[in-house]
Design a protein around this ligand. Sequence first.
Ligand SMILES: *Cc1c(COP(=O)(O)O)cnc(C)c1O
Length: 449
Amino acid sequence: MGNQEYVQRDLSVVWHPCTQMKDHEWLPMIPIRRGDGVWLEDFDGKRYLDAISSWWVNLFGHRNPHINAALQEQLDTLEHVILAGFTHQAVIELSEQLVRITPAGLSRCFYADNGSSAIEIALKMSFHYWLNQGRPEKTKFITLQNSYHGETLGALAVGNVKLYKTTYGPLLMDTIEVPSPDCYYREPGESCADYSERMFQYMETALEEQADQVCAVIVEPLVQCAGSMRMYDPVYLKLLRDACDRHQVHLIADEIAVGFGRTGTLFACEQANISPDFLCLSKGLTGGYLPLSAVLTHDSVYQAFYGDYAEQRAFLHSHSYTGNALACRAALATLQLFEHSDVLKQNRARAAAMSEATAHFAEHPNVADVRQTGMITAIELAKNRDTREPFPWQERRGLRVYQHGLRNGVLLRPLGNVVYFMPPYVITEQQIQTMTRVGWEGILCAVQD
Ligand SMILES: *Cc1c(COP(=O)(O)O)cnc(C)c1O
């Protein structure tokens, strides 16, 4: 069977995520037969370079031999067991390793099976911690504008990308929104660090005025990925850590997208030399193989829930697949790949190649910004780059880049008017050239007329 038969069958029974299904009356659905490294191959034998790591999850390529072998062994041993009252080797080893490699002080791992659920857990744990400490008035969360933390109702409430949030507004808890340190809006001549530092005053004010009712501040360290890959300086995180301590408010770091080397360090928080109270991980955690998420926290949070059963302090949250053995094994194999070679160092060469290959993009009159943090490069298209007037969303310029990419064998999936490259860490310099060239040609097509 070729593409066409699968597409027909798919469109009669599958409802796809984040998709207006009617678009598929004219926009081709791509059925994938197999993966191989950075490549995806469809049922007609056409190959696509996965420039977005399949929604930011893949780190070491599709069908990675090392992860495959580890999973095969796990399959022959244990696929899954209830994690309440029971445990298994993979979850123990993974927890030991996560505690070892994450910022200092994080000493406990709680598991779920997707990023949004990890956010729900961090929010509930923070609130419940303060409740157990005799602070029931702490019920609110502070969030940055343009942030994204997932799609379940709690996670959606603490995010604020309007496209995903507005519709469900009536269902969502209230949050305290603070302007983002996103450097896209810095003044001409102002450094990113100066701008991010200047924007911290809004956070400081919000904490000064409302900390008594606030459980936690939640942020995506360094890059607001779903919010158009907007980036800010680590100085903001340093100031935030200090302010959260002064005001007795937790800091939740959502490293679901930026963890595991994406920003150049293993965790983005390292660049500010800080440790959050809750660290949420998912996406790259299993190398893009299986759904798994983890929330790490420190001992004083853990101790606030620890007591005799009758005290009713326990965290009674669970998911059926919590700590799934196959997923934990995929995560362990992924962490081994970070140990087998100096991935972060090799990524610095890849990041430099991406930077070099995209430098000339900035000269185009419809390119308002070319920005990069580690293995994420983003190009902001604009109708007028001087005024930063965006192309109207209805024109769907990014979609034209997507279509151009597919025709030319590269999977790009712009966020509105922002084209980005976020490839797996196994991409070669030559593949970087191909990826950025197709992206560039796509941009040239997309900004015409
Ligand atoms: C993807 C993402 C989430 C949500 O994770 P899901 O697994 O899609 O639920 C949360 N936060 C950030 C920063 C993300 O990028």
